[in-house]
Design a protein around this ligand. Structure first.
Ligand SMILES: [Zn+2]
Ligand SMILES: [Zn+2]
Length: 875
């Protein structure tokens, strides 16, 4: 298709690697470096004491200078510097910068007047022919830096080369392939050019040709492979005319789903918009030999399409089955040209990025194999690599597939950003902040490490890696899941329960079973939706929240008693079946992220008959919409929220949950939802009653003040006014408005001011005997007054709790009956007596005896501040 051509182009070249670099490679290696930029004086032809002032940042290119360039539109001057008799020619805008403040302008004229003037060669090591050492017009000359007169060395710059082509300038190229000066440049022959800048400058000074020098920091490209500064070099190279396919590539890119989207549109999109032709060849030995053959007689170019074709067209005897296609063997093969001449392979090899981009075809040995089913193998559904690959693999894949197939090689691409340390610094061994991954895997396992990396932030943002976070995931998520799983297997083993062997319709199970199954299906639905758009962070966070909050902290805690029930009735079968379904689904949902843990749970819970050889061959869970009950989820959600508020209220006044309280007061608006679930809330919060109130104001009063640290920067000069507005208004009204609309609006000094919740500080002070916790519309007002009966019950519950501990520590079976003996003061004894049946039932005690004296085996306890000693033995 004529897309391959041999070009002469100035290209970034690594002298150490001996190869030109593609622009996507150059962009990988920019570094800031400080160099000497110099002004040199070039003597105007035939005029003593008059010089062109010329600026350069690459003194080593001066032996190759063949011309000067000026912008014909600009105003130039002849000028003198204080204390210097010489006359300098330069652009007017740069006189002060180059010559100093007190310089004197002798004459002004247009740049066009300089065109055609000649000058003396600055460093005459090489001879230059016609057209050399004259001033030429050029549009690229600017007045941003330098003198407005540009030194032209066509061998070493793109602009220079183009100007040289236009005016037929000679090319002086005294630099060899290793980047060293050739013999003609006698003072520095054999030295790497970039290391001679200082010596060139000294030499110019000794010859009286240096005008001035100054340190300059600029960004310069280095070889990404070997860290050698690149040289810009006129070289022969083979190209693919990718620019001819630019529109198609942009079109193909639009068909790709980028995660995150902005990389595809921004970084990668811009890269495509500004693309240049792909330099395909590399002057190296190892690599894929460039498949271009040239006739030694007529210069015709050709390529071969297969081993077979190579054998047919070769002059030498070639066995297509065994021919070694790499160098040096392939270099011995020649082709017959139509003209009767001999064709030999060009010596270069192919850019390895081309190999990477050819992967989708090469890995299938296409088109020699898989021609029929290639559409099933291509394009890839998903690829994933680092952000730097926008100029590497993402590009090479797209370029080649656009040429060959007219479509992208991948449908979805996820772009990873870097993993940084916990303070956002790049990890480095020298700084000592690098994390050794093997240690983490030893300590927490691959599952927890992977889970953490997904959960902490989306992969396409830089990850701040903190080992404490891995530890947290390990303890909270994996620890909790492990506990739930162990709880299940422990009791299932005791009971000989095998929930895989039976089913109970979800509709016939208890409300809380239906609730957790509903939550599970909502989770599956959300996870699938998030997976569809590759938001894995939301996925793992949702699974995590479900396991910790819904399953462990609520479902298992609330249903524990049912596992302890002595009869294997329908209810017990339901709870087993429900938890079994939940655990199995969590294993399947987690399998892509925590493959080992998921496999263990799956292998142990799945009965042999239905088991696939691994969880990773299971179908990913699909939602059963009929099992989702939004009302139930909302109602239970309210219960969970109120329980959590109630616990927080208890915490605030340091009354533990074991101490029963008389009542809580909640919002009457929630009454309808809450009434059927009151029992649950009462039990969880250990209160005797729930009252409904219209307005919490009689139990709590508010003050609302500006949150100065937040508001200060936003509304500095209005702070006083805001404070006054808040102080003078009705605080509870403000809070109502804030909670319903999300903001408070004022006009202060005739300027509108809007406050959000984070802008204000709300303090509550409760009526004596009450404590309040709120969140939006929900609140729990806890009545903290204690009657004698409540205190006694609290003591009895405390005794029960101690006895349960002792049973556990003594290793009693859950079903073992005990005899309970204790010593305590009268107050505790009265409480135990008042609640004796309750204590006995809860602890499976056949007898509860107070003793005067302790004996061996009695254990000391603190019962809400009362000393007591307790003894338990098997009955
Ligand atoms: Zn290199
Ligand atoms: Zn030929």
């Amino acid at each position: 298709q004529g897309l391959i051509y041999e070009g002469h182009k100035i290209m970034p070249y690594c002298a150490r690697c001996g190869t030109p670099l593609a622009s996507h490679e150059v962009s990988l290696g920019y570094k800031d470096e400080t160099i000497d930029s110099i002004y040199v004086r070039m003597k105007v032809g035939g005029k003593d004491g008059e010089y062109f002032l010329v600026w350069t940042t690459t003194p080593w290119t001066l032996p190759s200078n063949v011309a000067l360039a000026v912008n014909p539109e600009f105003t130039y001057v002849r000028a003198r510097k204080v204390g210097d008799d010489a006359v300098y020619i330069l652009v007017k805008d740069r006189v002060q910068a180059a010559l100093g403040k007190d310089s004197e302008i002798i004459e002004e004229f247009k740049g066009a007047d300089l065109v055609g003037m000649s000058y003396e060669q600055l460093l005459p090591f090489l001879k230059a022919g016609e057209n050399a050492f004259k001033v030429y017009p050029a549009g690229f000359v600017s007045t941003e830096d330098g003198s407005g007169i540009v030194h032209i060395a066509p061998a070493f710059g793109e602009d220079d080369y183009q100007l040289g082509k236009k005016f037929n300038l000679p090319i002086l190229q005294p630099v060899d392939k290793q980047g060293k000066f050739t013999a003609e440049v006698t003072p520095w022959a054999g030295r790497f050019v970039r290391e001679t800048d200082l010596d060139v400058t000294r030499y110019l000074k000794s010859e009286g040709k240096l005008f001035s020098k100054e340190r300059l920091t600029h960004s310069y490209p280095y070889c990404w492979r070997c860290d050698t500064p690149l040289l810009y070099y006129a070289r022969k190279s083979w190209y693919i005319a990718t620019t001819k396919y630019k529109d198609l590539m942009i079109e193909c890119n639009k068909q790709i789903n980028w995660y995150p989207e902005h990389v595809g549109k921004g970084r990668f999109g811009n890269w495509l918009e500004n693309m240049i032709d792909w330099s395909l060849s590399r002057d190296r030995y190892w690599g894929t030999p460039l498949n271009i053959w040239k006739c030694e007689s007529c210069s015709k170019l050709t390529s071969v399409g297969s081993r077979q074709e190579l054998a047919e067209r070769a002059i030498e005897n070639v066995d297509p089955k065994t021919i070694e296609l790499h160098r040096p063997y392939i270099d011995d093969i020649h082709l017959k040209c139509e003209c009767g001449g001999r064709m030999s392979r060009t010596k270069e090899v192919i850019d390895c990025w081309f190999d990477s981009g050819a992967m989708p075809y090469a890995q299938q040995h296409y088109p020699f194999e898989h021609k029929d089913n290639f559409d099933q193998l291509f394009p890839a559904d998903f690829i994933c690599e680092g952000i730097d690959q926008t100029r590497g693999w993402f590009y090479s894949l797209l370029a080649i597939s656009s040429f060959l197939s007219g479509r992208p090689a991948y449908k979805n691409v996820m772009v990873n950003d870097l993993v940084l340390d916990k303070n956002g610094q790049k990890m480095s061994k020298t700084r000592g902040n690098a994390v050794e991954p093997w240690g983490l895997l030893e300590k927490y396992g691959a599952d927890a490490t992977r889970w953490y990396l997904l959960a902490v932030s989306p992969p396409w943002t830089p990850t701040r890696f903190d080992e404490d976070g891995v530890k947290d995931v390990y303890a909270k998520f994996f620890g909790t899941l492990q506990n739930v799983y162990s709880f299940f297997t422990l009791y299932a083993n005791i009971d000989g329960a095998d929930p895989a062997t039976y089913d109970i319709p979800v509709g016939e199970r208890q409300e809380i079973d239906r609730w957790v199954i509903s939550r599970l299906n909502s989770l599956v639905k959300g996870v699938r939706a998030d997976m569809d758009c590759f938001d894995l962070t939301r996925v793992v966070r949702a699974i995590q929240a479900f396991v910790i909050d819904d399953v462990s902290n609520w479902y298992v805690r609330r249903t524990r008693d049912r596992f302890w029930a002595s009869e294997m009735d329908n209810d017990k079968m339901s709870v087993y079946r429900t938890l079994w379904e939940v655990l199995l689904a969590v294993a399947k949902l987690s399998a892509p992220f925590a493959p080992y843990m998921a496999e263990e749970i799956y292998q142990n819970l799945m009965p042999g008959s239905a088991k696939r050889c691994t969880v990773h061959l299971e179908i990913y869970p699909e939602v059963d919409e009929t099992l989702i009950n939004p009302d139930l989820e909302e109602h239970m959600g309210l219960v969970i929220e109120l329980v959590s508020l109630g616990r927080a209220a208890r915490n605030k006044v340091q009354i533990k949950v074991r101490q029963p309280l008389s009542e809580i007061l909640v919002n009457r608006k929630k009454q309808k939802i809450l009434v059927p679930m009151e029992g649950l809330v009462k039990e969880e919060l250990n209160v005797k009653a729930i009252q409904y109130v219209d307005n919490p104001d009689q139990y709590v009063s508010y003050t609302i003040k500006p949150n100065f640290p937040v508001l200060g920067p936003k509304y500095g000069k209005f702070l006083k006014g805001i404070e006054a507005e808040l102080a003078n208004g009705d605080a509870s009204q403000f809070i109502k408005t804030l909670r319903s609309s999300g903001e408070l609006k004022f006009t202060i000094n005739s300027t509108p001011v809007t406050l959000k919740e984070e802008d204000v500080e709300i303090r509550t002070s409760e009526e004596q005997g009450y404590v309040v916790e709120m969140n939006g519309d929900n609140y729990v007002i806890l009545n903290t007054a204690l009657t004698t009966e409540l205190v006694q019950e609290g003591l009895a519950r405390e005794v029960i709790s101690k006895v349960q501990n002792m049973r556990k520590n003594a290793g009693f079976e859950l079903t073992d009956r005990i005899e309970l003996m204790y010593t305590a003061d009268d107050e505790v004894a009265a409480a135990v007596a008042a609640f004796e049946k309750y204590v006995a039932d809860e602890t499976l005690a056949v007898s509860v005896k107070r003793q005067e004296q302790t004996e061996a085996g009695f254990e000391k306890w603190d019962i809400n501040g009362h000393a007591a000693e307790i003894h338990v033995v098997k009955a």
